[in-house]
Design a protein around this ligand. Structure first.
Ligand code: 3NM
Length: 219
């Protein structure tokens, strides 16, 4: 039941922080993405000019309120204290962030825990410490995450989906409308994107296009 709910939420997973918003109002982008049909939102406040302290707390609360309005899960990247302070729906961590098993202990059994992974061994470890889903990437080259590891392609999605059929999988890294279909066909439950929505001329339109493509393949 929880697995099915998570797999559905992963379908169109929008990841963003204020540094990804260019000259646009970041909150307006989040709302446009929600109107366009994203199924999950992750606040990933990283990079130069990232918000901190009260400014971050305030922005996170505004994002959370919008997500609640649209009944979309609100996940915090790599900041367990913030996730606990505002009672977010979950936490996402990478391999270099706080150890996933200690994160699970701190957030308890109910909040979702996502872990970024790059191979079967990392997925196995994530599963053993009770991750609710794994991120796989970067599928394609991306300029959004400067320290992204080597490109894995859709081959890894197929391999992980076959080896861990119950584990919810979201693919990330350089994904566009044009490549979304092949990623879903490879066995991902959904795609996670930053720039395909945040840098689009019309984020609502971009999200809606992605949403229609994904739902037509998964219904
Ligand atoms: N994580 P875009 S790639 C946040 O490989 C993130 O784990 C990645 O941004 C990973 O959709 C990435 O603009 C950036 O390529 C994704």
């Amino acid at each position: 039941m929880r697995n099915m709910e998570i797999k559905k939420a992963l379908r169109l997973y929008f990841v963003m922080g204020t540094p990804n918003s260019g000259s646009q109002d970041p909150l307006a982008i989040v709302e446009a993405a929600l109107r366009g049909g994203i199924t999950c939102f992750q606040l990933r406040e990283k990079g130069s000019n990232a918000l901190e302290g009260d400014a971050l707390l305030g922005f996170a609360k505004k994002c959370q309120a919008l997500c609640r309005l649209y009944r979309v899960p609100f996940i915090i990247n790599d900041d367990v204290d913030l996730a606990l302070a505002i009672n977010a729906d979950g936490v996402h961590v990478g391999q270099d962030d706080e150890q996933a098993d200690s994160v699970r202990q701190r957030i308890g059994p109910d909040k979702w825990l996502g872990v970024s992974t790059h191979n079967a061994q990392e997925v196995q470890l994530a599963q053993s410490i009770g991750a609710d889903y794994v991120g796989l990437g970067p599928i394609y080259p991306t300029s959004t995450k400067l320290d992204a590891s080597a490109v894995v392609g859709t081959t890894l999605v197929k391999e992980i989906h076959t080896a861990f059929p119950d584990m919810p999988i979201v693919a990330i890294g350089g994904i566009t409308l044009a490549t979304t279909g092949s990623i879903i066909q490879a066995g991902a439950d959904g795609v996670a994107v930053v720039s395909a929505i945040a840098s689009a001329k019309d984020p609502q339109y971009a999200a809606n296009d992605l949403s229609k493509t994904i739902h037509s393949l998964l219904e």
